[in-house]
Unconditional design. Sequence first.
Lengths: 543, 549
Amino acid sequence: MWEHSSLLSWIVFLPVIGAVVLLFLGSAGQIKRAALLFSALPFGLSLLLLGPFLDGTVGARGAGYGDVYFQQRLTWIETSDRAFRVEYFLGVDGLSMPLVVLTTLITLLAVGASWNFEHWKTRRGLKGYMALLLLLETGMLGVFVALDFFLFYIFWEVMLLPMYFLIGVWGGPRKEYAAIKFFIYTLAGSVLMLIAMLAFYFYPAAGDRTFDILRLATDPKLHALFNDPATRFLGYPFGVAMFVLLFIGFAIKVPVFPFHTWLPDAHVEAPTPISMILAGVLLKMGGYGMLRFCYPILPGAGEYLCVFLGWLGVINILYGALCAMAQDDFKKLVAYSSISHMGYVLLGMAAMTQAGFQGAMFQMIAHGISSPMCFFLVGVIYDRAHHREIDRFGGLWLSMPRYGSMATIGFFASLGLPTLCGFIGEVYAVFGTFDSSVLSRAGGYNLLFGILAATGAILTAAYILWMVQRVYLGAERPEYAGYPDADRREMAILAPMALLAVALGVLPKQTLLDFVSNTLNGILQITPQMTTLAQGAAAGAGS
Amino acid sequence: MTPPLASMWMPSGADLRLALPELVLVGALAALLIVPLLGPRGARSAGLIALLGALTAGVAALLAFEGLPSGGLEIFRASGPSDPAAGTGMLVADSLGMFFRVLLMFFLMSVLIMWSLFDAPAERHPTEFLVLLVASAIGMALMTTTVNLLLMIIAIELASLPSYAMSAFDRTRRAAAEAALKYAIFGAATTGFMIFGASILYGLTGTLHVPGIARVLAGQASVPGFATTLTALALLAVFAGVGFKISAVPFHFWCPDVFEGASLPVATWLSVASKAAGVVLLVRLVSIFAEPAAAAYVAGVLPLIKYGVGALAILTCTVANLAAYRQTSVRRLLAYSSIAHAGYMLAAGAIIFPSEQPSAGAISAIVAYLVVYMFMNYGAFMALGLVAADRGSEDLDAFRGLGWRDAPTAAALAVCLVSLVGLPPLGGFIVKWWLIYALGAAALHSPFLWVLAGAVVINTALSLFYYMRVVAAMYLGAYEETGALRAPLSGKVALHLCAIILLLTGTLWIAPLKRNADGVAAAAYSPRSVNAGAPVETSISVAGSANVR
């Protein structure tokens, strides 16, 4: 009963309808309420997506990758000779469902966080801001539910322009620089995806050509072709070349060192709600892309490149944490902590084990909840103090007890304290790394990476505890004594994230792992059937 | 059998009917010159004549689509008994040529509207200007249908000479005179090159008929001592002439100066029409050269063209996109943007491999690209004109705060610019997609095209920065509060129409655009089907190769 439905189309396009409706509204109050309505509706509808995952349908089937629900499939573009066919193909599986719910939730909270728009000291239109925010939501949701590569690409790019304007028009002092940097980095990565898309399309024989993302991964004929070391792209093994092209595009989004430099700028300059979306949702697109494209379609290359990817993950973890430790700017600290946290996602994937993949996925969702919360916490204090210098704060918990408690939950979730969401993802990713047979086959890197990643947790604890001490603890400072505590709106935004952080930390299996494990294990099951590129390459090197 | 003398030079009625668009334009030219003698001399009547001429020619071209055989046909065939080129046509009539005429006439009308908005009110010599404009249109129309080297050179000259004069038309401005001089000198030099190349090709092959040249070269390629270097030189020289019209790097130096010096309608006209004509001519030449399938030719001569055009394409878009970074004048920025787009289109010229349907993919991509390119460039230039009319400046600073002063105009311009970058969901993305799609399809036979497709997409990312500078000026920075744009309403309407069409071609019209482009490409001229019965000039070819040594 969950197979086919137009529900996803409604979820994806309701925000656009909302954006159009907004254009006809006049007063600020009306615009805000309409924006709230049109971001609450997709959230409500997206909860229906939990249906097949809760009633046991997914578990009963036990099918692996390619088991997709709420499908909608129409022919969109077709040339006269039928040689070229793009479908409007939507659907969710365990991989995308949690991200869709996360996206609608974070957007709803971001709309709430935009409620004090009038105080941003900008004369520029609330209407445009809200309309772009809703347009952005459509782009993000489209990326997660599109199952046709062409359609995916359209959504991926559609998201860029609203984000450019949201940072560039409503951002901080260096907004123009930050906005164009974000735009160019992301576009540079995504155009490489176009080449991969074309190569996936044209390499198979005429009858087998498709943009269907699931078929690219599950059709044995295509799979054998893509992962065959003899298939060459400009002289390089096809699988590795495509993996790298796709990886760069996604890595920029994650962001993976050395493509990360857009992130601190964008996060710091963006207004609070946009930072929440950037950290909560946009970064997840990179990880989602890797799990949706790189690993299912090109597992051989994933295995071949595992050490390289593992190194990048470890560098992200350690380098991000060290940078975060050095920051004076509160928001920059949170931004660098995102880089560090996303390193676990990359490392978990590189391990190519069940625990690793689930850890990566869990870390994405956990970070999608904790980092918007942290950014909002920074935003709350920035609204009052109008500066973000960590050293000038102190004793905030005393003057703002409710806010202080929420901050503790948010930052400790980010730190990875057991019983909060950050812990599970990191532990799974690190355990998966220790267990990883691909990393160990490649020369015992599993232990090295596991130890280094575990060290990262110490660094994380260091910079977060140090920050909490400087900002929230200590003696009350007179200049902050009169600040009002978090009001009802702010609590209403913080509370859902705090609740989810606790729920995910205490009941990880029931809240997430049960939903995603089928699909993720399915991706791993694709791997052994392959003529692995690693073996082929090793044989080639030996001869 | 000796044919009657008259048939040696008198074209048949059927041939004339297929050349009707050009004939109508010639008629309009005559009317433009004669009507002022009879009385009405204003810009209004002259503009009307030109508009009517363009409309009639466009309709004639549209009607001529009917009944064109697939594969086209050659018209104005030489038929003298002693004529070495007997049986070969001067022009072809095919779907691609007719499509280009329709596009060109539509664009001519659009430019006339722009001219009537910005230049006509103050123009003291409207007739002369319009004569030049229409004459260059005739040259461009001929450029895209010629299969004879001699006529090709004449057509290019007919398109170029009026352009030189048009860019210097505002005599009071130093910049205009300087630009025109640069343009004319560059043009003269490349014409010299082209004639040089054409004469070498004639010496090598003994014919001016391009399919004949290709066939003779194919026959010779396996002969020992085949002059590859000389052939390469000759082809390079001929393609240099085409490259000049397209303003491909390194033949592009005239372009930004001319665009800046000339009046806005002239710059708009050159940015689309002249480049489009050059690109169509190039694709036609390439598709003709791709026809013969002799193995030695495919291995020896075709790679020269493929790598040559491919390198030219990469160079053109990369250099143009990098040069555009430093521009503060939006006009110069758009000039470099038009060079970059010429580079993208050139990439399709590298799709060259003998197969059952040579170059159909490339032609289809070019056809779709030209349609969308016309709208996005016209929109951008129109917006530039509107802003310049209001602010009296074409600098980036003139655009500051436009997004807040006049939201609809700014939004329409932003759509045009983002489409020029090539982002979905706009037409500019879709046509770029069809272009790299064509490259990808052909790359199965020639992996080099992956590199070319890579260059195109990386350049897309490169180009983002300077287009977004205009968008950033409109929306992001600080600005002074000064009400909506004081500009003609019809100009704004034209701009909005462009934006709407770009939105539609990027979403709902993707499939119709592709289908029509495929239709044009599938029925385009193919020498194989036309000259199936024509004699192959083998005897001449031997003589030709003997002469070389």
